[in-house]
Structure formats: structure tokens, C-alpha cells
Design a protein around this ligand. Structure first.
Ligand code: S3P
Length: 441
């Protein structure tokens, strides 16, 4: 067996970040463009696609099932096979680190006539899957996971699905999207009622593929039926941009512009949270198709931050941005309080414990709760922190070094490639100073 690589970051304190830049394409939209394109009839062209380990996992699973997906110089072409055109894979379908891929695909595979087995890497094999298994069974699918509620998921095909009305017990766009995808294969409408707003890319994108979906308040209704291929333009990922929004907000003298960032209202809560903390953030040049996915440039200048209580209704729509926001909290004056965020414990790592451990190592005072934590801002020491193989923890701690008293070493950063290939180069082009150390493990 070949040794696998391990990457550590050594991030140095810096001042005065500056420049204009773009970040790679949105991960959620890139996954959906491949998935919807693969089960549509005809060809889908995708520009701005995020070429990362997670989205490649989605593409490779469809390739395994007979879908032709071409990587062109600056676009992807998906040759859709229609709702019923996928072919069984001879081996288990491997989803790597990607929760979005496995949960959304379970909805698609539940509607097929063939059997499938779904697996992933060490982190994904521990994440909760019962949340999709139970409602898919209610829709008539023959699907199971382990007694622990984890992968492998096994789906026995050939069952006619029926539409259900389902109140999701957790605010999860992955769960909502899984059930909407299964709903395409059902013999009646599917209605999903959410406890709180979650990202709505599925609902915004599906009509472009010819599907009838409507949303009123927290209720989404989807009519079953075929999809047809279309064009998708993927904006820059606001979750990736967040690391630089926080970096500039805590770095004296900073003034940066992040161009072409997706600012879908179910994703842009990070801006509101940082502004409530006192950050100097301006959203300019709103462009793009505002009904599908609004896009803008985001200018961020340094301004001292103050602690806040993060409003609970913003948590599900800033869920991926919380690790970086906790670094902002470590630089803010006072104690920032995060609550109603238990979902963070079942992400690529337990993000509450991972952030608490790292912040404590850097001398920051934190208190953890089952559903959140409190962070008291103050001076940040240097030190060594573990990312626990979680891309967002790794990038958050790379940013934590900006105003620290000494360098911060972040261990185990290879999974940054799942969402943000080129992070180090881009960060350094804005004036950060991150070196990488590579070793075999
Ligand atoms: C995603 C939804 C979120 C998010 C994940 C991507 C999506 O998960 O954390 O990175 O693309 O639907 P949940 O909806 O399960 O919270």
C-alpha cells in the first residue's frame, strides 16, 4: 500500500492584508449541478464548477453508474441519462469525506430499480444517516444503515416510491434535498416542512431543470417528473470566502475585495453575524440572476470586533461558517455565545470540541455546551492545534495566527482539498503567510 500524505500548516502572524481575489466555486451548488445534470435528459453545462475532492467524489459515483462527465478547460459537461438511465455499480459506491454527496445520492438511489451500497472515509462512516433512512423508508424505499445509524447504507431497488408530507426533525438542507430528489421518483407530490430555514439551492436550481417546486414559509412542495439538462453558472463559495472575511476583520490595516461571491439569502448570514460584531463589510455590484443565485463583490476592512450572542435563527444558515466565526470571537472584546448549534457535533469532526480544544491550546478561554460554546476574546498565543482532519477547522486555525503572538501550527490539513483547493496560495496572495509541511504517514 502506498503511504498517504499528511500536510501541516505553519501560519505566521501578519498585518495589512490587501488585494482583490476570487474564491473557488460553491460546493453545494457544484454537487447539485452534477447530480441534477446526471439524472436529467440531455446535456448540462456547468461553469465555475468547484474542482475539489468532495465534488469529484459526486462526479465519480455517477461515472461508476454509467454517466459521461467531461472536464473541459473551464467547464464541466454532464451527459444526463434521465431518471431511470443509471446503471448499477459492481462495487460499493465510495463517497470519500462528503456528507452532501452521500445524503443527496441516497434519495436518488432509493428510486432506482437496482441495488446499491454506499460507503465513505473514516469520518463519513461515523456520521448520522438515520435521518435520511427513516423518511426514505416512509416513502417506500428498501434502505438500511448500521444499528449505529451509520454507513454502509444498503438500498434494495425496485420499489415504487410515494410522496409523503414530512416534518424534518433537524434543520438540514442535505436531508431536505435527499427527500426532494427521492420525490422526483414518487407517484405523488412530496412536501417537506422544516423547523428552520436551511440553504435552498435545490429549490432554486430544480426549476431550471424543468421541475415544479414551490416554497411557502418553511414548506417545500415538489411534483414528481423528468428533468431536462440546462446551463449552471456556479458563483464563488461564501463558505470559502468566510475565512478571508474573518482574516481581514481581525487584521489591522486590512482592506480586501472578494469578487463574484454567491450571496443567496440562505447562505449570507455570516455577513450579518460579522456586521453585528462590528465588522466593516460592504456588499457591492450585485450581479448574476438574482432569482437563481445572487452574486456580489464583498469588501472587508479591519475594524475591532465586539462579542455578540449569535442569534439562533442564523445558526442553520451559517452552519459551515461557525468555525471561522469562533476565531473572530477569539479576537473580539467580550464573550461571544453560540447556542442551538448541536449539528456542529456531527459534521466532518465534532466542531464544537475541535474548536474548543484548539482555542484552549492558543490560550483562549472557552466553555463548551452540548449545543454550542462561549468564547472570550483576548490575546492569542502561538501553538500547535489539531484540525482532526476537518477542512473548515484547518482553515479557521490558519486564520487564527493573524494577530497571534507566535506562529500557529495546524496539523492534518490535507482535507482542505475537499472544499478549497489552492487555499494556501490564495491566502498568501492576500498577504497571509502560511507554509506547508508534508510528510508520509
Ligand atoms: C449542505 C448542507 C449543510 C452543510 C454542508 C452542505 C448542502 O449540511 O453543512 O456543508 O449542500 O446541502 P446540513 O444541511 O446537513 O446541515
Amino acid at each position: 500500500m502506498l503511504p498517504s500524505k499528511r500536510i501541516d500548516y505553519i501560519s505566521m502572524p501578519v498585518t495589512g492584508l490587501s488585494g482583490r481575489t476570487q474564491v473557488p466555486g460553491d460546493k453545494s451548488i457544484s454537487h447539485r449541478a452534477i447530480i441534477f445534470g446526471a439524472i436529467a435528459e440531455g446535456v448540462t453545462h456547468i461553469t465555475g464548477f468547484l474542482d475539489s475532492a468532495d465534488t469529484i467524489a459526486t462526479a465519480n459515483v455517477f461515472r461508476e453508474m454509467g454517466v459521461r462527465i467531461d472536464r473541459n478547460v473551464d467547464s464541466m459537461t454532464v451527459h444526463g441519462v434521465g431518471l431511470r438511465g443509471l446503471k448499477p455499480s459492481s462495487a460499493p459506491l465510495y463517497f470519500g469525506n462528503s456528507g452532501t454527496s452521500v445524503r443527496l445520492l441516497s434519495g436518488v438511489l432509493a428510486g432506482q430499480r437496482f441495488n446499491s451500497e454506499l460507503i465513505g472515509d473514516e469520518s463519513l462512516m461515523q456520521r448520522p444517516m438515520r435521518r435520511v433512512v427513516l423518511p426514505l423508508k416512509e416513502m417506500g424505499a428498501n434502505i438500511d444503515c448500521t444499528d449505529m445509524g451509520t454507513l454502509p447504507m444498503r438500498i434494495t431497488g425496485g420499489n415504487q416510491l410515494h410522496g409523503i408530507t414530512y416534518k424534518t426533525p433537524v434543520a438540514s438542507a442535505q436531508l431536505k434535498s435527499c427527500l426532494l430528489l427521492a420525490g422526483l421518483y414518487a407517484n405523488s407530490a412530496t412536501t417537506i416542512i422544516e423547523p428552520a430555514v436551511t440553504r435552498d439551492h435545490t429549490e432554486r436550481m430544480l426549476p431550471g431543470f424543468g421541475c415544479k417546486v414551490s416554497t411557502i414559509d418553511h414548506t417545500v412542495v415538489l411534483q414528481p417528473g423528468a428533468l431536462s439538462g440546462t446551463r449552471v453558472n456556479v458563483p464563488g463559495d461564501i463558505s470559502s470566502a468566510t475565512f478571508f472575511m474573518v482574516a481581514a476583520s481581525i487584521c489591522p490595516g486590512a482592506d480586501i475585495v472578494l469578487e463574484n461571491i454567491g450571496i443567496n439569502p440562505t447562505r449570507h448570514a455570516v455577513i450579518e453575524i460579522l456586521q453585528r460584531m462590528g465588522a466593516d463589510i460592504r456588499v457591492e455590484n450585485l450581479t448574476g440572476n438574482q432569482n437563481v443565485e445572487p452574486v456580489a463583490n464583498i469588501q472587508v476592512k479591519y475594524r475591532p470586533l465586539s462579542a455578540i450572542i449569535i442569534p439562533s435563527h442564523l445558526v442553520p444558515i451559517a452552519i459551515d461558517e461557525i468555525p471561522a466565526l469562533l476565531i473572530a470571537a477569539a479576537y473580539a472584546q467580550g464573550t461571544t455565545i453560540l447556542r442551538d448549534a448541536a449539528e456542529l457535533r456531527v459534521k466532518e469532526s465534532d466542531r464544537i470540541d475541535a474548536m474548543a480544544e484548539g482555542l484552549t491550546r492558543l490560550g483562549v478561554s472557552v466553555v463548551t455546551r452540548p449545543d454550542g460554546m462561549e468564547v472570550t476574546g483576548g490575546s492569542i498565543q502561538g501553538g500547535t492545534v489539531n484540525s482532526f482532519g476537518d477542512h473548515r477547522i484547518a482553515m479557521a486555525f490558519a486564520v487564527s495566527a493573524i494577530g497571534a503572538h507566535a506562529p500557529v501550527k495546524v496539523q492534518d490539513c490535507i482535507n482542505v482539498n475537499t472544499s478549497f483547493p489552492g487555499f494556501v496560495e490564495l491566502a498568501n496572495s492576500l498577504g497571509m503567510n502560511i507554509a506547508t509541511e508534508q510528510s508520509d504517514v
